[in-house]
Design a protein around this ligand. Structure first.
Ligand code: G6P
Length: 365
């Protein structure tokens, strides 16, 4: 079927705006009254000793986020790698390993090659894909669709949040099977997840404030993204989105690494985007922000109302999102990162849907 822009100026804008709908579709595809339905045979994690997750680009950042979930919620050790590194390293794959590949297109050459490397070595090959008939899906033991619908914009948006959605369902299911999550806690997490499309809808109203921030940062030559814990992969994704479509040099660091190098770059010409919901790590992030502001750095804080109240008055600009549980925050915080990249690209007049030098699907090495 032909996909059109449905009244939006760009596919990217359409795909950002579609997220509440596609997330809700994906949830209704996977959630039943009793719990989570992946396949008719079910997915058994009781014998899984570790996960190896491999992907490229945005899908790799979805894996990095999921590592926190699988480790913290399910107690499963996780190794994550970029497909082009993984395959040439030829890492030993121990018995008890499930290999999990994440790919929007299901055709990325390096990811497919990494999958083939794991085929006779891992206990099981899982994949999380958007294109159900893709090579990666076909060569997996189990392929789980993300139900995002066709994604046309080169910069991935709805595929990322829909990847996260399925990966979180997997982590919840694994945690429950492994006795790390009670029936009640599992039910509570799934209820939270059911509420996410509605919260996403509310957060889409932040479009205008994000646009004003985007205009303010669009003259910068370098932009730094900071995040801790679950927000670190989101900072990486925010920097990737921004550089892909606005061509501004953007880098992401784990907030705690600031003093080990990037702080040398800080002056009043470098906007610093801090992604920090008011979670258990928030106070540490505030002290990193103060280090930036003490050196003249201009901080854009993406947080919730409680975080904004605790952050102090020296913050240059604040984008306030609805409050969500710590576990769900990375899915919601993808939205301001996408909008910021989008509006910055518009302010710069670049080609949002077809950025120079990039391809939607990289089927050669
Ligand atoms: C390309 C795209 C990225 C994407 C990456 C992985 O570089 O431009 O947006 O994240 O490939 O693609 P995949 O289809 O495997 O998710």
């Amino acid at each position: 079927a032909r996909v059109d822009k449905a009244g939006h100026k760009h596919f990217m804008a359409k795909e950002i705006a579609e997220q509440p709908t596609v997330l809700a579709n994906a949830l209704s595809a996977y959630l039943t009254d009793g719990g989570i339905h992946f396949t008719d045979e079910g997915l058994d994690f009781t014998k899984t000793e570790r996960l190896v997750m491999v992907a490229c680009g945005t899908a790799f950042y979805a894996c990095l986020t999921a590592k926190y979930w699988f480790e913290r919620i399910a107690g499963l050790p996780v190794e994550v790698d970029i497909a082009s590194e993984f395959r040439y390293r030829e890492p030993p794959i121990m018995p008890g390993t499930t290999a999990l590949f994440v790919s929007q297109s299901g055709e990325t050459a390096d990811t497919l090659a990494a999958l083939r490397f794991c085929k006779d070595r891992a206990d099981r090959i899982l994949s999380v894909v958007n294109v159900a008939e893709s090579s990666i899906a076909r060569e997996s033991d189990v392929a789980l669709p993300i139900h995002a619908g066709a994604e046309i914009g080169v910069a991935s948006t709805k595929a990322f949040t829909c990847q996260l959605n399925v990966l979180l369902l997997l982590a919840i299911e694994a945690a429950h099977q492994r006795g790390r999550l009670s029936d009640a806690d599992k039910a509570r997490m799934l209820d939270d997840l059911r509420g996410l499309p509605g919260i996403f809808n509310i957060a889409l109203d932040r479009n205008e404030i994000v646009r004003t921030v985007a205009v303010a940062i669009s003259e910068a030559r370098d932009i730094l993204f900071l995040g801790r814990g679950l927000m670190y992969p989101l900072a990486l994704e925010g920097a990737l989105k921004l550089k892909e479509i606005s061509y501004i040099h953007a880098e992401a660091y784990a907030s705690g690494e600031l003093k080990h190098g990037p702080i040398a770059l800080i002056d009043n010409t470098v906007p610093v985007i801090v992604m920090a919901p008011s979670d258990s790590l928030f106070d540490k992030t505030v002290s990193n922000m103060q280090e930036v502001m003490a050196r003249g750095g201009r901080v854009v804080l993406i947080t919730d109302a409680a975080g904004a109240a605790r952050a102090g008055h020296d913050v240059w600009k604040t984008i306030i999102l609805p409050e969500v549980s710590e576990v769900l925050a990375p899915i919601l915080y993808a939205l301001p990162a996408q909008l910021l990249a989008y509006h910055t690209a518009i302010a710069k007049g670049t080609d949002v849907d077809q950025p120079r030098n990039l391809a939607k699907s990289v089927t050669v090495e």
